[in-house]
Design a binder for this molecule. Structure first.
Ligand code: ZN
Length: 314
């Protein structure tokens, strides 16, 4: 039997979301993702929800979630409904996991990074029939619905190697935390998300997420993966490569730079206008189809704290 949710999915109206991980303040890269999903929701007269992906407890920085919300407000990105915190939804994830368990679809796995490396660097469903004790081990989901390719609204057809598509992946980690792949799908179902607009760094895991939607008996949302701002090819902006927090006292420059990145160059006369006027202009001119379709766009930090686009990669 497939796990059941209480709410009925797909009410027919657009619901998008921005789902930051509160491991630090918002930087230019996260502003781009927030803006793209916000503007697409507005363009579709939809709801725009905010979800704090704070399930990965060791990486969570105290106070970062509140700081992110204050930053979104300073940039005029007002969300609909209550903010959802993954850290408060353990019972929901546990319930779905228990249902998958009961259906015989999960199994414990004792493989470590080291043993996987010895076996060629990828997981070949080694533990599926090994009957390992659950205690102290990760839990994997038996892949019964492999997704080998899917269509992304911006990146086109995305193909996955069979080894990745057919891999039994981890749904509960060795340290007892629920895996991102599980909770993101459970949340998207429970929040009735109809379209996911996010950074292209999450493009490949999408196939796995679609397979989990299928496995749980729900239709996957549409996906649009926006070009990623990178400091250099392959390195997205992050705290690790010193992407500074965006300015909440004077949001206009970063807002205009992020809109420029999304192919919406703000007219000069609006650069010093109010945030709401700039956003209003952006809402009138936004079109998902017009967004850049590169996986990465290289940017460089300027003296004024804003970014310039230096080149296109991938
Ligand atoms: Zn294993």
């Amino acid at each position: 039997m497939l796990p059941q949710f209480n709410s009925d999915y797909l009410s027919g109206s657009y619901r998008g979301r921005f789902a930051p991980s509160p491991s630090g303040a918002l930087h230019f890269g996260s502003l781009i993702a927030a803006l793209a999903s916000y503007l697409d929701a507005k363009a579709n007269l939809g709801q725009w929800l905010v979800r704090m992906e704070d399930i990965d407890t060791p990486r969570i920085v105290p106070g970062a979630a509140d700081e992110i919300l204050r930053t979104l407000e300073a940039y005029g990105l007002h969300w609909d409904g209550e903010v959802v915190y993954q850290s408060q939804r353990h019972a929901l994830y546990q319930d779905i996991l228990a249902q998958l368990n009961k259906a015989g679809l999960t199994y414990p796995c004792s493989c470590t990074r080291k043993t996987l490396k010895q076996r060629g660097g990828f997981y070949d469903n080694h533990c599926r029939d090994r009957q390992i004790a659950p205690e102290g081990n990760a839990h994997r989901l038996i892949q019964t619905q492999p997704v080998y390719s899917f269509d992304d609204l911006l990146q086109g057809q995305v193909n996955l190697p069979a080894s990745l598509a057919e891999e039994d992946y981890i749904v509960k980690r060795r340290d007892g935390l629920f895996a991102y792949q599980l909770v993101v799908v459970v949340d998207d179902i429970e929040q009735k998300i109809t379209r996911v607009v996010r950074g292209a760094d999450l493009l490949e895991p999408t196939a796995r997420q679609i397979s989990l939607f299928n496995q749980l008996g729900y239709q996957a949302p549409e996906y649009a993966h926006v070009s990623l701002a990178v400091a250099q090819p392959g390195f997205k902006l992050s705290k690790q490569n010193h992407a500074p927090a965006i300015d909440t006292t004077k949001p206009q420059p970063a807002l205009c730079a992020a809109l420029g990145f999304l192919g919406l160059p703000v007219p000069t006369e609006l650069h010093h206008d109010s945030v709401s006027n700039i956003l209003h202009w952006a809402e009138q001119h936004f079109s998902l189809r017009a967004l850049p379709r590169h996986r990465e766009i290289q940017v460089s930090l300027q003296a004024d704290g804003c970014y310039d686009f230096t080149g296109l990669t991938a």
